[in-house]
Design a protein around this ligand. Sequence first.
Ligand SMILES: Nc1ncnc2c1ncn2[C@@H]1O[C@H](COP(=O)(O)OP(=O)(O)OP(=O)(O)O)[C@@H](O)[C@H]1O
Ligand SMILES: [Mg+2]
Length: 258
Amino acid sequence: MGDPHPKLEAHALTRTFGRAAKAVHALGPVDLKIAPGEFTCVVGPSGCGKSTLLRIAAGILRPSGGKLTIRTRAQRPAAMIFQDYGIYDWKTVQANVRFGLDIQRVPREEADARATHWLSRMGLADFADAYPAALSGGMRQRVAIARALAVEPEILLMDEPFAALDAQLRTILQDELLALTQATRTTTLFITHSLEEAIVLGDRVLVMSARPGRVIAERRPPFTRPRTGEVRATGEFTALKSELWQLLRDEVGTEAAA
Ligand SMILES: Nc1ncnc2c1ncn2[C@@H]1O[C@H](COP(=O)(O)OP(=O)(O)OP(=O)(O)O)[C@@H](O)[C@H]1O
Ligand SMILES: [Mg+2]
């Protein structure tokens, strides 16, 4: 057996925004353990605290209560892809992708080589010297993905990374991410609105309740690894999708009625 310790562990995690009468209880309590190499997907109604959970995991937001622990070796950081990209308009595409490596003080030549590699895997080789303003929404999103993957993070935190892509490209990048994470066994926490995406990619799919988001269900897509996008065509896939949709629809309904 591998490392028995979870890479990421949350215990009684909560987050509230604002004070007193205006306080919004956004998240939790959430208990969560993610094993090394595990790909965990989270689905849940809009506003239930998914991005809040990811921002806490990324260390850019503090919990109000409880605790979230990440175990990484020092040099290899957790990398986050923000829902709204978080790329810099004043840096070239190449410099954006190199950014995380610059922070890690990776030597310039190696950093450029890795950035070039990930840009070409994302189909952006011709745009290395362009500025983000010259890119489409989907291309900007691919820059953000390339930047996160270039640092070869120990834990990958992804917040709806494919949301702005058209259906074809989304499918292609899902399959690419599937192959990649199966090869690297990168521990991943992946937020998505797409049940298909969660089922194709995830070892586990967690369903969150309406705000304050708690984990109300967990399903394991019944596909062995390595798997490919072909699982989309199976009966098990369709059955799990409708089961998850049922769970989610109940929560969206709760929210609308509240
Ligand atoms: N910085 C903040 N200040 C105040 N309220 C916030 C802040 N960030 C999030 N919230 C509130 O916390 C709740 C959860 O927000 P969050 O962005 O985590 O939801 P989400 O599940 O990611 O939604 P979506 O699916 O739409 O991206 C929302 O009610 C939101 O308004
Ligand atoms: Mg969000």
